[in-house]
Design a protein around this ligand. Sequence first.
Ligand code: UDP
Length: 438
Amino acid sequence: MVDPSRQAIAFISDHADPAAEIGMEEAGGQNVYVRQMGENLAALGWHVDIFTRKSNANDLSIVQHSPHCRTIRLTAGPETFIPRDQLFEHMPEFLDNLQKFQTKQAIHYPLLHTNYWLSAWVGMQLQQKNNVQLIHTYHSLGRVKYETMQTRPAVAETRLAVEQQILEQANCVVATSPQEKEALRSLISQQGQVEVIPCGTTPNFHCIPKATAREKLGWHPQERVVLYVGRFDPRKGIETLVRACAHLKEMGTPHLKLVIVGGSSVERLDGPERKRIETLVDHLDLVKQTHFAGRIDHNWLPWYYSAADVCVIPSYYEPFGLVAIEAIACGTPVIASKVGGLRFTVIPEETGLLVPPRDVDELAVAIERVLQDELWAKKLKKQTSHPHNSRFSWKNSAMQLSDLYRYILARSIMHDQPWNPKISRLPGATDPLRIAAV
Ligand code: UDP
């Protein structure tokens, strides 16, 4: 039931289930984003329904996160895990079930916030039929992703077309960093409105004394701990980090320990990337120095960040990169690739260092500098712990998003006519798919 005094908004997050375990193969930043934005927007007076695909038959169909924020899992294809690249053909069913839910519950959402390109496609179909305001957040860009792939998936052309169309047709696109906005303008289109609203962290990401955190985790005080937190995805560049650590070991760095957080801790599929990284660790004779911690709950992560000497984000691309601000909020210096939103969140020589992506030698030098130069590392830690550097909070992000929604809804009423986007065909979408969807 929706409280009639609240404005209802729908988040669409096709594959990223906000109620799922974060850190496993395809669950990461987007899941955190929709959950945190949803809950914080509900606290600001909205009613937020987050629609996602049901990927496990045993999962509940509705998960209530707080009194006015819930996740609704819709059937779209078999109720089992399906990789993102194979989900497009199930989006018409997702759309159909979303509309059925709305009719059954008699809810109208004047504002849709879509996340990722598959959701953008769903949002655009709804926008064609209803007077709704459409907001979109990309989370990942096909144009960037495909640059690093040797073979593009069959759905690539459709994705690229949808990503251009949503930028030009949505009432507003929310970029999470100025760098993402820049990328949208230079790689996708000059048309359409883009506003920057950064991501945040929750207050539980805070500094814990290193010795206390190490004791809690059973880590030795002498160890020099290099931490990675995130999914196993080739775009994350874990290979570069492993190679840099092997280099450091060769150079004689004492007490080196690499902790890799993310993925599954039980016998479940993490995809081929985990296997590939494990093989590499073995091949580089780094098994003794490496600990695969598996998926760690968000509530436990502050202990890991606080216990580490340095957190490394070796990604090839990041629109934002939540891990950077989480580590910084825990007072841990970050060494990150000089790409995307990491150039926004990591301040070189103040909260960490930026290095070129894929550059094993430069990364090794940067890690060595933090591990060896104790005085500088202490200064860095002190600066990182400064409240000024914990400036990102989900509460603030949701407040900015709430203002944007209000502005867009007010603008639509003032214009007193439905948004009338230029409707064009989606290349790659077959006719039966379109007929089924609209
Ligand atoms: N994360 C987690 N447990 C893990 C691994 C990752 O909670 O074991 C969380 C991490 O804290 C962060 C998110 O997953 O909030 C990853 O977001 P990021 O933006 O860094 O990467 P993305 O997944 O969007 O590529």
